[in-house]
Design a protein around this ligand. Structure first.
Ligand SMILES: *[C@@H]1O[C@H](CO)[C@@H](O)[C@H](O)[C@H]1NC(C)=O
Length: 320
């Protein structure tokens, strides 16, 4: 009931999310250029120096794309790569217009035991979230259900060393950075909150701010580069979300309600966010929405919703 009332009021205030399009994933990725689905994944053969198909496992999870003003046509792709022999972060480079990404290196470390998402801070450095301490089994389930603060964030620095940048976080999930790179944002699903951290000289993350939610479990974060605002997508009913994830391959009637919150960084030193709910849906629009991203092109502003568990995306009009 409360959810329905909230739904109505939010909808009345921000009656802008018209579901304009929903595509089947495969179709869209086959048609749109410059997604990784249409890019060949290659590596350079050390002896012949020619490009050949990437020979390692490539089983991806969260990823990030980095570029800077030095050469904006060279993009760096970083993927959480759950290789069978252990999880890693795989780094590739891509020249805008080329039909492939070329492997640069794959970073492995005992500290990367359960990576979920990665954010690049340069062409070769990154932060990644490790959501849980246990890789599998009953302990992993218990850890999730009890919301133990056992997750941590790792830093891969310019010397090529992986270190713990921050520990004691309950299920660190999505990670993103502010437009200037001065802050790193992390969604901690089991707290449930969003952190703002300031990177220090050695890569450690210093607390700069934190917003804790009520009845909202944040999953992933995107940053609107034009405004610096955060879009946080999350769940309103985690049990229904777990049921959906369990059953979705076999057909399910679970409808995990989701919401998008907008966090507006403030100029003051305490770095409190102003927070507003910009979308609530019952789970029919895009079950288990895990990401919302603002797309700006000329005068068109849209919000693209995605989910790790769904076979389609949703595109909404976005007002601000
Ligand atoms: C989280 O969102 C970012 C966009 O801000 C995306 O690049 C990344 O792949 C997402 N992570 C997961 C695990 O879906």
């Amino acid at each position: 009931m409360a959810a329905i009332a909230l739904y109505k009021s939010v909808f009345a205030q921000f009656a802008f999310c018209l579901l304009t399009l929903a595509y089947i994933f495969r179709t869209i990725f086959q048609r749109i250029e410059n997604t990784v689905h249409s890019l060949q994944v290659l590596e350079r053969n050390a002896t012949t120096n020619s490009l050949v198909p990437f020979s390692q496992d490539f089983r991806v999870h969260g990823f990030d794309i980095y570029w800077d003003n030095l050469d904006p046509t060279e993009l760096t792709f970083m993927f959480v790569n759950h290789q069978r022999k252990g999880s890693a972060i795989s780094i590739f480079k891509h020249r805008v217009g080329a039909g492939f990404i070329e492997h640069v290196k794959t970073v492995k470390s005992p500290l990367l035991f359960s990576p979920n998402d990665v954010v690049a801070t340069s062409r070769s450095t990154f932060y990644a979230t490790n959501d849980l301490r246990h890789k599998s089994g009953i302990l992993r389930k218990i850890e999730t259900l009890l919301g133990m603060p056992w997750g941590h964030i790792v830093y891969y620095g310019p010397e090529g060393i992986v270190s713990k940048a921050r520990s004691g976080i309950a299920y660190p999930n999505g990670i993103a950075r502010s437009p200037g790179g001065g802050l790193i944002y992390v969604a901690a699903s089991s707290e449930p909150s969003v952190y703002a951290f300031k990177p220090t000289y050695d890569g450690a993350l210093q607390l700069a701010g934190k917003t804790t939610f009520r009845s909202f479990v944040p999953d992933n974060i995107s940053v609107d580069a034009a405004t610096g605002e955060l879009l946080v997508s999350g769940f309103l009913n985690t049990l229904e979300m777990f049921r959906y994830n369990r059953e979705v391959l076999f057909g399910t009637d679970a409808r995990p309600a989701s919401a998008i919150r907008r966090l507006i960084p403030s100029a003051d030193a305490r770095r409190r966010f102003a927070e507003e709910s910009i979308l609530i849906h019952s789970g029919d629009l895009l079950p288990s929405t895990t990401i919302a991203v603002v797309q700006r092109r000329n005068n068109v502003r849209r919000m693209v919703l995605g989910s790790v568990m769904a076979d389609h995306i949703a595109i909404c009009e976005y007002q601000q």
